[in-house]
Design a protein around this ligand. Structure first.
Ligand SMILES: Nc1ncnc2c1ncn2[C@@H]1O[C@H](COP(=O)(O)OP(=O)(O)OP(=O)(O)O)[C@@H](O)[C@H]1O
Ligand SMILES: [Mg+2]
Length: 329
């Protein structure tokens, strides 16, 4: 895999950062074990994996907090080991643990970090207010940060990293453990950053978050990338399909005949009937898109559909079929 050679290429090059055979070993723990990927400018690249997979270690190397054991990582065209100062000019880092000062209020924290990042004084006050508004912390502007709720603290932690308006963002589990409202606010803000063509590297162990926010993603497990691509591509090629559970009333023989017909469709992976609760369970690629076809199969035989439940194909499915384990185990 080629690596960007000239720094000047960053502005014209489509690649925001790239990693080649990157390794980080802590004695006998292979936290990161030979990973490679490229992230395009303006892309949100998800890094999905369970606890201990190597997500934070990777982000720490990319944000120049840790040196790799081996391999190369270049951010904005600069080497993260040899050209740390240049890399830092382009990036923001939102760590997994909150980093603000508990004794300062929300506004003071933003001003403090803004000054540290050398943001122009006039611009900074305006930007601090804008950011506070964006994540719904207007009411808490003058509240000491220690008195914020957990979700509010995460929101503050996120905007602190954005106060100098960097073009590449490393976000380490920005929504871990958050309530749905805080999660939604952070997602909306990430969508907005994407619209503003910011490049985002987002680690998460939430499959729905990776699915919704990522343009492309890598699934990491035990320090290795086990799959990468768009969420759609991964679900289509590795996932186990949508599951549809129909509750059907009618003649048993007709139900069996219908199931046989459904099974013969090439997009259907499996179909079975459970007599106790009268349910037909169909597993099919793009099963949700084919729901009209299934309804037609049943109604053609005068069978009555009394209930239907849909379980959408997910990245959880992808992880399960690759590792035999659930992401949450
Ligand atoms: N400083 C360190 N010294 C020794 N081992 C470490 C160190 N940092 C991380 N590790 C180990 O490296 C592995 C990967 O850890 P890492 O923090 O990168 O995982 P993660 O994917 O971010 O997990 P989580 O979802 O829990 O945040 C783990 O086995 C961890 O115990
Ligand atoms: Mg982590």
């Amino acid at each position: 895999m080629s690596i960007i050679n000239k720094k000047s290429e960053y502005k014209s090059n489509n690649i925001a950062f790239e990693v080649n055979e990157l390794k980080k070993h802590f004695e006998d723990v292979k936290a990161v074990d030979g990973i490679s990927f490229k992230v395009k400018r303006g892309e949100c690249f998800g890094f999905l994996g369970p606890n201990g997979a190597g997500k934070t270690t990777t982000i720490n190397i990319l944000a120049c907090f840790m040196k790799p054991t081996d391999g190369i990582a270049k951010v904005a065209g600069y080497d993260v080991v040899k050209e740390t100062n240049e890399v830092k000019k382009h990036i923001s880092y939102c760590p997994q643990e909150n980093i603000f000062y508990e004794e300062l209020n929300v506004y003071e924290n933003l001003m403090f970090f803004g000054k540290m990042y050398e943001v122009d004084k006039n611009l900074l006050a305006q930007r601090a207010d804008d950011l506070i508004k964006k994540v719904g912390l207007e009411d808490k502007r003058k509240t000491r940060s220690e008195k914020l709720s957990g979700g509010m603290k995460r929101r503050l932690n996120l905007i602190i990293g954005l106060v100098h308006d960097p073009d590449i963002l490393f976000l380490d589990e920005p929504t871990a453990g958050l309530d749905p409202q805080s999660r939604r606010l952070i997602w909306d803000y990430i969508f907005e950053l994407k619209e503003r063509n910011r490049t985002i590297f987002l680690t998460t162990h939430y499959m729905d978050e990776a699915d919704i926010l990522s343009d492309r993603l890598a699934i990491i497990d035990h320090g290795k990338i086990i799959a990468q691509g768009t969420p759609e591509h991964l679900k289509e090629t590795i996932g186990m399909g949508d599951i549809l559970i129909f509750k059907i009333e009618g003649q048993k023989q007709k139900i069996f005949n219908t199931i046989e017909k459904i099974k013969s469709e090439d997009y259907v992976l499996d179909a079975s009937y459970t007599e106790e609760d009268l349910t037909t369970r169909i597993t099919a690629m793009d099963g949700i898109g084919k729901i009209g076809d299934f309804i037609e199969f049943f109604t053609m035989e005068n069978l009555k559909i009394v209930d239907v439940e849909v379980q959408r194909n997910s990245l959880e499915n992808v992880f399960l079929s690759l590792t035999g384990r659930s992401l949450r185990e």
